[in-house]
Design a protein around this ligand. Structure first.
Ligand code: NAD
Ligand code: UFG
Length: 337
């Protein structure tokens, strides 16, 4: 039987792009997703890009019985675990849903993997675990804290994974702390398709550009940053996808676990992001300023050095590529999939 990689959250934004990367690199991939925040139409788009089918099952990672059935049936040698809820604001009003989906979901998955002898895992963590960073660029040894229930789920899962590794050195776990994923597949066939009003900057700008929304509200212009707006580390989703491929390869080749930032190391302000998107779509993006969004930090960008040293990986695409690809996707799919 060929070795397979199980991808949870396979039809989501980052999961779908990573599936493309894995298939193109020759891995056999099995996808699962409960479709709570994605469309099954993603699958035909992945097939069009890669010319390969992605075996897929609608499955919730909290469903232990059916996870075990799948793991009995398939020879899974590693898992990339994207499945989870990610809206910071909703996590504040519905913490129990976030604890259940993200924490209980991950624990159910881990138990099933443990039972079936799968010991390699790539986990989607987030720069949110750095809370309010004291220094930028942020290195992996910076203090960790949670500023909202979503962040707490990532932090708790990271801690559970550390305990698991400690208990059984057979586990090889890659914890990847993503900064701000942006962009889309260069074909314009895959991209981010938020179900509700976008919380994140790039999808919001893209929906203004395509005429679905009138104006971007910029949350704060009085931060201690060069132009007063928030600074972030936007990373192209295909660079992020390649980071998963590199992590997986390392897990198969080296008997250790690791935690790395996946970012570019470049800080970009909201106004710079808007200007870059305007250049890509050749339209003016109307903006208005409002007060700061609660919980936002002034500046957050990665030191990508560990990822370069451990994985030989670095982000290759620029902000202009992210905007051009994001715009191509949005223009081709003004209302999503
Ligand atoms: P997404 O919502 O597009 O993808 C997540 C997928 O998981 C969705 O398809 C959803 O339907 C699925 N899912 C949710 N709960 C599930 C469950 N219980 N069982 C099975 N499937 C389930 O989000 P994304 O941007 O692709 O994020 C992927 C991962 O990366 C998440 O864990 C997220 O927290 C993390 N992350 C995302 C960002 C970001 O800004 N996009 C930043 C840092 C970390
Ligand atoms: N912003 C606006 N207007 C908007 C949306 C965002 O001005 O409509 C600003 C924010 O204030 C911030 C910047 O754009 O300065 C980026 O905001 P995002 O919401 O796109 O990203 P965040 O850095 O706030 O958070 C994202 C994810 C989190 C994750 C974090 C680090 O939403 O889940 O990146 O990975 F934890």
């Amino acid at each position: 039987m060929t070795r397979s990689i199980l991808v949870t959250g396979a039809t989501g934004y980052i999961g779908s792009h990573t599936c493309v990367c894995l298939l193109e690199a020759g891995w056999r991939v099995i996808g699962i997703d409960n479709l709570c925040n994605s469309s099954p139409r993603v699958l035909s788009h992945i097939a069009r890009i890669t010319d390969r089918e992605l075996p897929f099952q609608v499955l919730d990672v909290r469903d232990h019985v059916n996870l075990c059935r799948l793991l009995q049936r398939e020879e899974v040698s590693a898992v990339i675990h994207f499945a989870g809820l990610k809206a910071v604001g909703t996590s504040v009003s519905q913490p129990l849903n976030y604890f259940d989906n993200n924490i209980a979901g991950t624990l159910t998955l881990l138990r099933a993997l443990h039972q079936h002898g799968v010991r390699k895992l790539v986990f989607s963590s987030s720069a949110t675990v750095y809370g309010e960073p004291k220094h930028v660029p942020i290195t992996e040894d910076a203090p960790l804290s949670a500023t909202n229930p979503y962040g707490r789920t990532k932090l708790i899962i990271e801690q559970c994974l550390a305990d698991l590794r400690q208990s059984d050195p057979e586990w090889r776990i890659a914890t990847l702390r993503y900064f701000n994923p942006a962009g889309a597949h260069e074909t314009g066939l895959l991209g981010e398709d938020p179900r509700d009003t976008p919380n994140n900057l790039m999808p919001y700008i893209a929906q203004v550009a395509v005429g679905r929304r009138k104006c971007l509200t910029i949350f704060g212009n009085d931060y201690p940053t060069p132009d007063g707006t928030g600074v972030r580390d936007y990373i192209h989703v295909m660079d992020l996808a390649r980071g998963h491929l590199a992590s997986l390869e390392r897990l198969f080749n080296k008997p250790d676990s690791f935690t790395v930032n996946l970012g570019t190391g470049q800080g970009v302000s909201v106004l710079e992001a808007v200007a870059a998107f305007e250049a890509a779509c050749e339209k003016k993006i109307p903006v208005r300023f409002s007060g700061r969004r609660p919980g936002d930090v002034a500046s957050c960008y990665a030191s990508p050095e560990s990822a370069r040293e451990l994985l030989g990986w670095r982000a290759e695409k620029q902000l202009a590529d992210m905007c051009a690809d994001h715009w191509r996707w949005q223009r081709n799919h003004p209302n999503g999939y």
